[in-house]
Structures are given as C-alpha cells and as structure tokens.
Design a protein around this ligand. Sequence first.
Ligand code: A3P
Ligand code: MG
Ligand code: MG
Ligand code: MG
Length: 294
Amino acid sequence: MMKHQNTKSIVPINLRITSFLLQGKDDYQTEADRSAQRCIIASLATLYPKLNIIGEEDNANNVGDVSSDWLVVDADKDVLSLQCPVHLQSVKEEDIVVWVDPLDGTSEYTQGFLEHVTVLIGISVNEKPIAGVIHQPYYKNTVGEDVKVGRTIWGLQDAGVGGYTPAQPPDSLIITTTRSHSNPLVEAALQVMNASKVLRVGGAGYKVLQLLEGKASVYVFASSGCKKWDTCAPEAILSAAGGKLTDILGNFYKYGANESRPNKTGVLAAVNNELHSYAVNKIPQELKDALANK
Ligand SMILES: Nc1ncnc2c1ncn2[C@@H]1O[C@H](COP(=O)(O)O)[C@@H](OP(=O)(O)O)[C@H]1O
Ligand SMILES: [Mg+2]
Ligand SMILES: [Mg+2]
Ligand SMILES: [Mg+2]
C-alpha cells in the first residue's frame, strides 16, 4: 500500500481553484479534483497495470498526460513490514477494485475549510473494502519548532491501522454529519438520535477521522448523496479499527466494479458495534422506507 507523505504529489497546496464546475446543487469540481485524480490513477496504473481503478471524476482519466515527476511509486516501509493476512495472500491484481476520491470535501475546499479536505483511496476484494488510505493534505502537525503538513491514515483488514493516534469515543453521544448537503430527511434522522452534540463538517473521510480520533461516536447521513468512492476507504479503515460503516438500514454496501455508484440508502457509521446498533434502531422505519423507496 502506498503512503503519500509528499503532499505536492496529491493536492498541490498552492494549486488555485483555477476552473471549477458546479455540477449540481452544492456539487463542485475543481482543477484540484481533476489533477489529483490523474496523479493517483497514473501512479497506481504504473505500478499495478491490471487493477480496476474507478475515480470520482469522469473527465480526469486521461492519465497519459501526467508527467513522470507527478508519479508516486515509493511505498511506506511501516505498511510494507505488516504481515499480509493469510486470506488476502492469494488475491490477484485483476480481482481488486480501487475506489478513488481525489478530493473529498470539495465544497469545503472551495470555502477554505482545508482541514476537512481528504484524499480517499479504497481497495476492495470480492465486493468488500479490505484496505484504504485517508490522506489529509492540509493537516498541520506541530512538534516543537517543526511543522509537518499532511498526514496519511491507513487501515488493512486483520492487520491494523496507522497514521493517527487512536482515542476512546466521547463520553456522551456526539454525532458528525454533513455541513453542505443537508435536507429534511438528513435532519429528521439527526433529531431522533438524542445526541448531546451534532458536528457539521465536510467530507466522508474527515467525518470518519473524527470517529477514529474520538471527536464523535456516530456518523449519520440519511441521504443518497455519497458515492462508493466516498465510503470505500473510510469503511475499510474504520472496520480495521473495530468500527462499522453501513447504510441507514444497517446493511453493508458492495464495492464490486459493476455496483451502482450512489450510496442510495445513506451512511451510518460508528466507532463500535453497540453504538452502530443503537443508531440503526433509533431511525424510524418510515425514514428507512423513505430512503429505500426514493
Ligand atoms: N446531495 C449531494 N450531491 C452531490 N454530492 C453529494 C451530496 N451529498 C453528499 N455528497 C458527496 O458526498 C461527500 C460527502 O458529503 P458531505 O461533505 O456533505 O458529507 C462529498 O464528496 P466530494 O466532496 O468528494 O464530492 C459530497 O460531494
Ligand atoms: Mg465531488
Ligand atoms: Mg467525496
Ligand atoms: Mg471528491
């Protein structure tokens, strides 16, 4: 698995939002989304030509144009030193589907909430997310005089997680949810939770980071807006850390290459199975039906 410590190669920090498209209500695409996707797909395809790689941005698959100094071909030594779980040792390259969200939290990126921005690379085998990275290009880590910008959080099923300091969940129920894609169903699902606090932040990756780092305990999004590239990497890392990510009904999504892209029945994730069951049981059946029948 690759670890991207060189943030320049993923989302150039000085890259301006030179051209951005509004693809739908509150659905933006910037030059950073396109450049990062080209860089990631070209890098992965160079190393692993038989992979099935699916990126969010339809118009950023022209990887032939990517210059060689943008290719990331080094690998993280800590991750390479892990023991590959036995059940994954015989997986063939062509059986792997990689879901790439080159820039998660684009809406927040355009508004300057840079901490919310992440790059998501999720790896699935037999329709299940088995590994992933959440790269946070603008994360500032200050140790003494040194400031290191960017960090990469990773997880591999039955092997472990890394790149962050795991923390206990908060004492009271704190929910994390969308900042820019709310609607009446999203709000109705939040209301029934009896949460002590609701955090509204951008990106599926950043919300799962909040779960991993003990800032929130449950992620609730009762809307069809998220796609497979939003949840594959976060689900892989969260489950490797002992958490669970499903739809609002409590069912796992499938990540095969032919699956439909939208996560039609929403997202519900929690730091452990107990909190996940609590949240699934709190959502009224009418709300579940409303999402399922949309
Ligand atoms: N109604 C909607 N329309 C389009 N995209 C949506 C959406 N609701 C959620 N998403 C996508 O799901 C991801 C997480 O959303 P949110 O930040 O609102 O929780 C974002 O990914 P991108 O930023 O990669 O496009 C966002 O665009
Ligand atoms: Mg997008
Ligand atoms: Mg996204
Ligand atoms: Mg995106």
